[in-house]
Design a protein around this ligand. Sequence first.
Ligand code: TNX
Length: 504
Amino acid sequence: MSEPAVQRRGLGDVIPRPAEVRPDPAADFRIGTGTAIRTAPGSAAARRVGEHLAALLRPATGFALPVGEESGAIALLLDDGAETDGEPDGDEGYRLEITPEGVTVRAAAPAGLFAAVQTLRQLLPAEIDGAAPRDADWVLPGGRITDRPRFAYRGVMLDIARRFFTVAEIEAYLDSVVQFKINHLHLHLTDDQGWRLEIDGWPRLTEVSGGAGTGVDGAGPGYLTRADYTELVAYAAERFVTIVPEIDMPGHVNAAQVAYPELTADGTAVAPRTDTEVGYSSLVAGKEETYAFVEDVVREVAALTPGPYLHIGGDEAQATTAEDYRTFIQRVLPLVAKYGKRVVGWHEMAGVELPETAVAQYWRIEAADEGTARAAANGSKVIMSPADRTYLDMKYTADSPLGLDWAGVIDVERSYDWDPAERLPGVGEEALLGVEAALWAETLRSLADAQTMTYPRLPAVAEIGWSPRASHDWESFRRRLAAFGPRWRHQGVAFHPSPEIPWA
Ligand code: TNX
């Protein structure tokens, strides 16, 4: 069988769509056997981004692509005069110029170089993601791109409580999401069905509630040791991704109570749960044991996490009275601050008065939310994750084999055609830290299941988070998305072949 011809890409054929694109069809650059990568002198971080680029390009090209500081037609440079058209580039902005002589990337920080590498990867033919060397014309389209994100926070959440995902699976997932300039991975570490992070001094959390038979239908056992978590944090940091750990409380705590009955109201043991009910378990607001436990957990998670955020859940606490909920959150907020972290919580937390530094994550489907609006008015930032747009665990169509449908069915157009700054009254552009797509795992049984629900909807949310509001355009998006069919096949990433997309 002859190999299909490798097609030249257009300079704007990128997701998320870059802020400014000026093609110059006469200025294509061809990567060849002698091409080298040159990185900013004296910057170990830039050097690692160069190595990352080389590692992406070597398998399919078969070229050596040496990385050094002396010479090379592909240059990844740092300069802090970085400002384009009066707009500061920020850490993630970059300028990319492609000419027949070479490729020059300039950014104020290594994160910008990494973002540019994701763009470069997409500018090459899909075959660049193949595992074996092939003979092809590795052409980058000529011209200039100037790019920077709309929002600082572009996240994806993975629920490893309902179904545990191993370090290798989480790393594979991370590798696929960074292509879309996702820069936060929120790990939902604990829930009624399982506890997935080892905590010093509380071994039964993981021995019992991370062990055999845990997870929905008992199909998701496993947990992260502290060493595993530390490895994940480092792996993410190499890809400029911040891990946001979530310990869900005061509700969603049945697994903790199974392991430690002293955390229940009367101290009696509760049975493990593997069903998908929510809203039945609660930590006890009026018991000192509760806060001794929470402080140990918060201290430990904070110590293991270099990123600024610690997510305390706070959702669906139907088994907690309103008064107890307030008491509990007001005791826990200062604990998170005490261990140096900025608190994030699902927006129910905004029913309690919050410090300005707190972040509320809106997840419901209503057209307004008083608590979130009040938090925004008080200076808190908001992450937008409306379930009817960003929940990756919702079915694509009524007959999708995986997923739930309580927030409706979500096809690709529905996940793309909305604006986070217009979602809630009182929560405009200035109040937004960013957007996050959430993948709950009740119906997932494998990494392929997780990928199938994630792609192709995550790229839609990623583009909303990164690209200028004015560039939003469904017709353009679905055409650009079509090119990912062959890319994902080469990468071994499963996806749902939505009929809305004219797949290549
Ligand atoms: C609601 S969203 C939940 C989760 C479920 C999810 C399923 C949120 C903060 N809580 O406990 O897994 O729906 O879609």
